[in-house]
Design a protein around this ligand. Structure first.
Ligand SMILES: Cc1ncc(COP(=O)(O)O)c(C=O)c1O
Length: 445
């Protein structure tokens, strides 16, 4: 029999079956596989840390989102938000499910083209489009979402120079009843900026006005905000049709649906409070139907949902490097995945599961990453079984914004794999090598 490890004795109050603020303690089951593929095998073959995506989850998420909207509204189009996760394999999967591409830079635009998305299915957002980006977007027939007047004038120059009529939509910001109004992007609805700009665009006579766009914020937990935004956008579309005589093809409500992550300092956990796709769809479509438009005139409803589609399809597997005690006696556990890979740990309390069976002893721990800097903390307080060097952990809901916002700091980025529906594993992105980083450096002449 293998000798059992010594663990320091621990005195804890007995809490058995006493409900806390959200009921009794949940049993923390170890996660031993992802879609049937053993974690131990994934880590043996692809190393640690390791990002793993589930094809099953990605496809079922987009399919349920589409179902929620298309059972309530006749013309719905999802556009995959590249910035949320622009690994080609992930984007291609969403395109395969019928999603267009929503991009915010020339780099993302090129990525979408290389993924086979025709220009006519690319929505170009963002405040920093260069003249070359605009020209490319016009020539490819993409929808350009105008963010500010300087951009409008630049696009007018581009249109003159290339002799084409750009397809445009106006980015609108509005009061959706939220405490924070995102008014940094686009033109304001309430103070009339948006309307004046629409009139100006029509007067200029150089653009094909196709739609209206807004993105009210991110991780929006209240569906009422979407209802307000949708109604305002639909009213604006109606006014454009009545007063400017332009029938808009679409209204685009951007992204922002909450995933099942738990925001830091949130009283309740994400899975308990995040609205479902049906909740969002019901609020949005009922609000549009309040506006008196004929069924045949209803514009296409575009959604640029990002995190809610991909977050829970991504896992980060990690290995325990060491345990130590703080000066005050608190258990500190250091793992091999830090904020360099998990940017979202700055605002979420990610769910963490042990990846092997464990003893009955639990303790509150602070979980640190491997970086030699003090802010590298993944969870400040998390109750975990006593893990030893070499044990594995699964960090959940990491699919959104981490493989785009990760940083190459001190160490290299790891492998990213996809577990497909047949249980096969394939690399989505190879682990970086020293040469990948050094190869960009130039010797001093
Ligand atoms: C214009 C736009 N569309 C879509 C998204 C995707 O948002 P989310 O991932 O919160 O759904 C964002 C993210 O900030 C955005 O800025």
């Amino acid at each position: 029999m293998e000798k059992r490890r010594y663990e320091r004795p621990l005195i804890k109050p007995i809490k058995a079956m006493l409900p806390g603020k959200v009921g009794t303690d949940a049993y923390l089951s170890p996660v031993l596989d992802i879609d049937g593929v053993p974690i131990e095998r994934l880590m043996r073959e692809y190393g640690s840390p390791l990002f793993v995506f589930s094809e099953e989850k990605l496809r079922s998420n987009i399919q349920s989102a589409k179902r929620a909207f298309s059972t309530r509204y006749p013309n719905v189009q999802f556009a995959w938000s590249y910035k949320t996760n622009y690994l080609d394999g992930i984007c291609q999967l969403f395109h395969d499910e019928g999603s267009w591409a929503e991009v915010v830079s020339g780099f993302e635009f090129d990525k979408a083209l290389q993924n086979g998305v025709p220009g006519s299915q690319i929505l170009f957002n963002g405040p920093s489009k260069s003249k070359a980006d605009l020209l490319k977007a016009v020539q490819k027939g993409a929808f350009i979402h105008i963010d500010n007047l300087d951009e409008l004038y630049l696009l007018s120059e581009v249109a003159d120079e290339c002799g084409e009529r750009p397809k445009v939509a106006l980015r609108v910001n509005l009061d959706a009843g939220l405490s924070q109004q995102w008014d940094r992007f686009g033109f304001n609805y309430e103070n009339g900026q948006a309307w004046e700009t629409l009139c100006k665009m029509e007067r200029m006579g150089k653009f094909d006005l196709k739609g209206l766009h807004c993105h009210i914020g991110t991780f929006i937990l209240t569906t009422k905000a979407y209802a307000m935004a949708a109604e305002k956008m639909a009213r604006l579309a109606l006014r454009v049709s009545q007063e400017l005589n332009v029938r808009l093809e679409y209204i685009d409500l951007g992204g922002g649906f909450a995933s099942h992550n738990t925001l830091k300092a949130s009283y309740l956990g994400g899975p308990d409070i995040s609205p479902s796709f049906d909740d969002y769809a019901e609020a949005i479509t009922s609000a549009i139907y309040k506006v008196p438009m004929k069924a045949s005139e209803l514009p296409m409803l575009v959604l640029e949902t990002g995190r809610a589609l991909v977050d829970d399809a991504g896992y980060l597997l990690s290995t325990v490097l060491s345990n130590k005690r703080s000066a005050a006696g608190r258990r500190y556990t250091v793992i091999d995945a830090g904020v360099n890979l998990l940017f979202t740990s700055f605002w979420y309390d990610h769910k963490i599961s042990p990846a092997q069976p464990y003893s009955k002893y639990f303790e509150d721990v602070t979980l640190f990453g491997p970086l030699c800097m003090n802010i590298d903390m993944i969870r400040e307080y998390v109750c975990l079984p006593l893990l030893n060097r070499g044990d594995h952990l699964v960090i959940h809901n990491v699919g959104a914004y981490n493989v785009t916002q990760w940083m190459q700091f001190i160490t290299l980025r790891p492998n990213v794999v996809l577990v497909d529906r047949k249980g096969s594993v394939s690399l989505l992105r190879n682990a970086e090598t020293l040469q990948d980083v050094k190869g960009k450096e130039m010797p001093i002449k």
